[in-house]
Design a protein around this ligand. Sequence first.
Ligand code: CA
Length: 538
Amino acid sequence: MPHLQSVRQLVVAAFAAVAILSCAGTLAAADKRPNILFIFSDDHAAHAISAYGSKINQTPNLDRIANEGMLFENCFCTNSICGPSRAVILTGKHSHLNGFRQNGNRFDASQQIFSRLLQQAGYNTAMIGKWHLGHGGNSDPQGFDYWEVLQGQGPYYNPPMIRNGKATKYTGYTTDIITDLALDWLKNDRDKDKPFMLMYQHKAPHRNWQPGPKYLTMFDDVEIPEPVNLFDDYEGRGSAAKQQDMTVEHTLTAADLKLTAPGNLTPEQRAVWDAAYEPKNEAFRKANLTGKDLIRWKYQRYIKDYLRCVQSVDDNIGRVLDYLDEAGLAENTVVIYSSDQGFYLGDHGWFDKRFMYEESYRMPLLVRWPGVIRPGSRNRDLTSNLDFAETFLDIAGVEIPRDMQGASLKPLLSGQTPADWRQSLYYQYYEFYGNQRAAHMVRRHYGVRTPQYKLIHFYNLDEWELYDLGKDPHEMRSVYSDPAYSSVVKELTDEVHRLQEVYQVPDDQGSVPKDPPSLHPNFKPQRRQPAKKKAAKK
Ligand code: CA
């Protein structure tokens, strides 16, 4: 036991102990780890963001994130569909390991997810908006101190929601409401002694693209440019591109096209809606369009409504960025914008997603981190939603679990891509059920993308496609059988099989009945030519 020579020494020692304790207390209160604001939307293609060079709209608030941060040119999803992309982001694992291969699966949020790891590390965590991974039991959001989510897909107007397990209901436009709830949490409900991680997730601009009251007539007086392949005939590709059910021409419904009004509007909302759409619909009915003119009209109606929904997302992101400035939070908050996958904006004559073709495969990814990211920078490395969980953990200084399959983007954010960064990405899409109808009828496929090429295997058809992305950016002609590409085919076939080993992909081919490469009669999209189909059977 140490001897204290005098009372004076005792007093000095006591003061020192108090000083050390109070210093530790100060450190705990001023946790300077960065906040993480993850802004997410649903089906927002990069080519509908002006920072990505959109030819059809302006998104000033998203552009602001890009201008003050970094734009990722080559971020791709592992499985181009809503629920699966969200499950990949939470777990950092491909669909076959996180258990959510296709919409309709139930997500098990009791598995290792990044939100819980951040919560355990002292972050104040919240999930507000679209969850879309099921409800009840282990499918509810987990690892969040606060959550309020849409029920399932959620409507564009007057959404019923679930807050920490209890039903809530709002009147108004869902994109605005989700933002109000996110701002309310940031202002009033979060624990200000902790850094926060907020997932602020929109339903928009998912089908069926119902604009908010503010934008019902936006673009009424302009014609949106058509994509170069709006009238694609699918020559040069295999059966899958020909068999899908997602064309602007055939698949869009009267509700999609706003020829009928949404059923859940209040009388006031309905009056505003009808005042906007009825004159347009009346003009359409009078015009009696057919053939290409009708397709062109459908494209204009579809794309304008889609872009109107995007405009409300952009506006609301502006509100949140402004709040970060006002509250003095902008400097120490990493702001990320992304969407669960891309979307066809009339490209190939389509809407929807699922295929590994560029427009629905690419994800927008914008990140702002003052003091770390050089403003206005662009990154061209191959990145993925498989990397998001790892990135968030790394930003927070939390150890990345070894069984997560992606890589932290943190070094890329500071402009220092590791020398051994990946040169290929693995993809697999599952939502097809043998002879049963599936939404949009896109065949199962896996594939690999490199900076230059893309190899796709529609494995239940056993059809392969290869695209030279440098020469054929719109993927109009597969060069799989071109002898000039035989060495590329060999190299990429080896690579896709190597990636299947690395990512522990099980053999999925037995789980769907095999079909002949020629179209099985039952696969014909039913909306196509029902009369002819019946006649052919007789
Ligand atoms: Ca989606």
